[in-house]
Design a protein around this ligand. Structure first.
Ligand SMILES: [Zn+2]
Length: 379
């Protein structure tokens, strides 16, 4: 029933009975329990259906609060959201992930405390925490496993850290998954099968299949950035021919420095050169798009998405990167897979990951099993 209300819908009892398929008695009993536990509020409807105004029910979005963080290798974006997942405040944080977990996690703790204190809240008001990390996360435990670039993070239990520091349910996921979730939840009309490729200094991929994040057995699904190809360039993971070795921002920046653009370090530097139509940057970005298109075409053959979204800092280069992606995807995918397939840049820009992190937190806080136990202890 909360699932029906969490998008902000105002529904009458009769509408909830109809949409849930539950009996009127069951709906009344459960709504009373949810209202007693503070999750549902009722208000008079403004719609006049002849006679007295009907009562409508809504999710009590201020029953508790959610924290989300999209952690990157050089910055993090953190936010506070209401129970419906609407962001009410956010903050940005500069960090260096190579400073190690001790430093980085306590910076994030401080930023979360700051966000809460700005609303006179403390951690007791938090019902869910969603965290995206720039490396592979073992889904069942929330631990980072052999991240190719994050010094000192292998085996670090990010889940346990935030469970301790905040005392609320925590979900940790790789950044590309939270970006995919953030993008997919705002698509209108809804799309159930979405592949998001994050192109920044590295390359990540998050897949939404039939409306849910596709994680696979351990959380490693969709690792498109490091599928090696014989004879290719050396990647920072130690293999040869990974897509990242051609299309990652670090690889493009290195080639631009070799070509005389000595100051180029970040994705933003590359995007700036592309905007100036730099004769070295444009072909490198087109080649990057083509290489991304190749691995995306392989993934399309496996999961058959209806929409491919290119996100991440380098997506702001738009064309020529997107032209390269489209060229290879349409060349190399089966016609049935590309029928009606759209390839777009992220509709949420740099905010996609933060939105996804708070949706992850909302899913935790409104998990039916968690709600059932909260409701039964409040009766
Ligand atoms: Zn690699």
């Amino acid at each position: 029933m909360l699932e029906l209300l969490r998008d902000g819908s105002l529904l009458t009892r009769a509408q909830i009975v109809k949409r849930s398929g539950l009996s009127r008695v069951t709906v009344t009993n459960r709504l009373n329990a949810l209202a007693n536990a503070g999750y549902v509020i009722s208000q008079p409807s403004t719609a006049r259906t002849g006679g007295r105004p009907a009562e409508v029910l809504a999710l009590n979005a201020h029953r508790g609060w959610l924290l989300g963080a999209d952690v990157g290798s050089s910055h993090a974006r953190l936010g506070l959201a209401d129970l419906a997942g609407r962001l009410v405040d956010h903050t940005d944080l500069d960090l260096n992930v190579d400073d190690g977990p001790g430093t980085v996690l306590s910076l994030i703790d401080d930023a979360f405390s700051h966000l809460l204190s700005r609303r006179n809240l403390d951690t007791r008001a938090v019902l869910g925490v969603g965290i995206g990390m720039p490396g592979p996360v073992e889904y069942s435990t929330g631990r980072l496993v052999s991240p190719p670039t994050m010094n000192g993070w292998d085996g670090v239990d990010v889940h346990a850290h935030f469970t301790r520091s905040i005392g609320a349910p925590v979900q940790v996921d790789k950044d590309a998954n939270i970006i995919a979730l953030g993008v997919q939840r705002v698509l209108d009309p809804p799309v159930q099968d979405v592949l998001v490729v994050k192109v920044g200094m590295g390359i990540g991929c998050g897949i939404i299949s039939r409306g849910s994040i596709l994680r696979g057995a351990h959380g490693a699904a969709g690792d498109l950035g490091h599928i090696p190809r014989p004879g290719g360039d050396l990647c920072r993971c130690g293999q040869h021919g990974c897509a990242e070795a051609t299309a990652g921002g670090w690889a493009i920046a290195a080639r631009l420095r070799e070509g005389g653009h000595h100051q180029v370090r970040t994705s933003a530097d590359i995007v700036r050169l592309a905007a100036l139509r730099d004769p070295q940057a444009l072909p490198l970005l087109r080649a990057a798009g083509q290489r991304i298109g190749e691995v995306v075409a392989e993934a399309i053959g496996v999961v058959n998405p209806a929409l491919v979204v290119v996100a991440g800092d380098l997506a702001r280069a738009e064309e020529p990167l997107m032209a390269g992606v489209r060229e290879r995807v349409y060349q190399r995918s089966h016609p049935l897979a590309t029928r009606d397939l759209q390839i777009i840049t992220s509709p949420l820009g740099a905010d996609a990951g933060l939105h996804g992190a708070t949706y992850l937190a909302a899913d935790l806080a409104l998990d039916p099993r968690r709600i059932d136990s909260a409701v039964s202890t409040s009766v």
